[in-house]
Design a protein around this ligand. Structure first.
Ligand code: PLP
Length: 397
């Protein structure tokens, strides 16, 4: 049967990551540095099991019923305490629980964008924003980047040239895919530009609490005096990816709109929210974040060691300072597509930069994203040996 699909879906392309995922599934022993998942070894399994058992024992009937719209007050309360501890001013702000922060991008696009409106993002950004833009018929424009993230002049130019910019999407700390953290002076400047050209900012922040030095930078939301920043965070990289829980922090006048924009999709699980509330009540989540950051620092150091040992000297890695990703810049003369496929044939998965580009045809980039969170040390080492050999075949040192 020929399905009469919506135009938005007809225009959807299978992502590069999906291609690698399919290939990996068919090839046992695949050395996969492509999958940007947190390590399940970092999740507080014992504590969550206890929190869940207590939740069913004391609040079982409440857990199995429908919950209120913004989310269960118990978990909202615990999240507020955590945000206050981190220095957020919660005056006039509200929280909405989300089934993960990826979901929030759809809410944001549904809330602000009509067909033909513009969403700005860094040229290399989390692909979820491409889906969110496509589903509402918005135009996604990638802004060029410096070594420390979005280029300020290019951002201002994009805002000047496009009068339908509704919001800027940014993951300012330990960005997926580039690992870049935007410095505070730039964060302030970005906020000023958003004020000047009157657009919103969607601050996507799943990684800031995984700073290897335990000192995350000031969130853009903390510069916000008007309700211009919607801050979205997630517990997927800290407590559990499978439980599906994240949240918005936004101006109180905006929460309802963001909530309504999710239509029928915004279902938060009551048992999950109550379990996480119990977990946060009984455990120091900030201390847990530091432990998780230490775990990833060890992995990142090992990957950097292997990159330095096995890869040609012309590669230029963004040295990770937090989060899950190492972005490996390679010389522009290299054929990224050919190298990516050759690596797959040799059982190594990395993601070429064009898989994250807002404009893959004109701005494919010249880098690979390598993820150190899940592969064992020996897989990271073996994969780096193969990458080194393939790069040298294409471009000797
Ligand atoms: C930058 C970024 N935003 C959002 C998400 C989605 O996270 P969640 O599991 O909270 O939906 C991810 C997941 O990898 C991510 O890297």
């Amino acid at each position: 049967m020929e399905f009469k699909l919506a135009t938005q879906l007809k225009n959807a392309h299978p992502t590069v990551i999906r291609e690698i995922y399919t290939y990996a599934g068919e090839h046992p022993g695949f050395m996969d540095l492509s999958i940007g998942e947190p390590s399940a070894d970092t999740f507080p399994l014992k504590e969550i099991a206890k929190a869940s058992a207590e939740m069913y024992e004391h609040d079982g009937k409440k857990a199995l019923a429908y919950g209120p719209y913004p989310g269960m007050p118990e978990v909202i309360e615990e999240i507020k305490k955590w945000l206050l501890h981190r220095g957020f001013d919660l005056t006039d702000q509200d929280i909405e629980i989300l089934p993960g922060s990826g979901h929030g991008m759809d809410n944001m696009a549904n809330t602000f964008c009509d067909e033909g409106d513009v969403i700005l993002c860094e040229m290399f950004a989390y692909p979820g924003i491409q889906n969110a833009a496509r589903m509402v018929g918005a135009k996604l424009i990638g802004v060029s980047m410096d070594d420390d993230g979005i280029n300020i002049e290019a951002l201002e130019k994009a805002a000047q040239e496009n009068d339908r910019v509704k919001f800027l999407y940014l993951c300012p700390s330990f960005n997926n895919p580039t690992g870049i953290t935007i410095p505070e002076w730039k964060r302030e400047k970005i906020y000023e530009i958003a004020q000047k050209y009157d657009f919103m900012i969607y601050e996507d922040d799943p990684y800031s609490q995984l700073a290897f030095n335990h000192h995350p930078l000031k969130e853009i939301k903390k510069y916000d005096t008007e309700g211009r920043v919607v801050y979205a965070a997630s517990l997927s990289k800290i407590v559990s990816a499978g439980m599906r829980i994240g949240f918005f922090l936004c101006h109180k006048d905006l929460r309802k709109q963001l909530e309504m924009s999710q239509g029928n999709a915004g279902v938060q699980s009551v048992p999950v929210m109550l379990t996480v509330a119990n977990y946060m009540k009984e455990n120091d989540i900030q201390k847990h974040c530091y432990d998780v950051a230490d775990f990833y620092k060890d992995r990142a150091d090992w990957m950097m060691h292997c990159v330095n040992k096995y890869l040609p000297h012309y590669v230029r890695p963004n040295v990770p300072e937090g989060g899950l990703f190492l972005w490996l810049n390679v010389p522009e003369v290299l054929d990224l597509n050919a190298i990516w496929h050759e690596l797959m044939e040799k059982n190594v998965g990395v993601v070429p930069s064009f898989g994250f580009s807002a404009d893959p045809e004109n701005c494919p980039g010249s880098a690979f994203r390598m993820c150190y969170s899940t592969p064992p040390r020996e897989v990271i080492e073996e994969a780096c040996k193969v990458i080194g050999a393939v790069l040298r075949e294409h471009l000797p040192e």
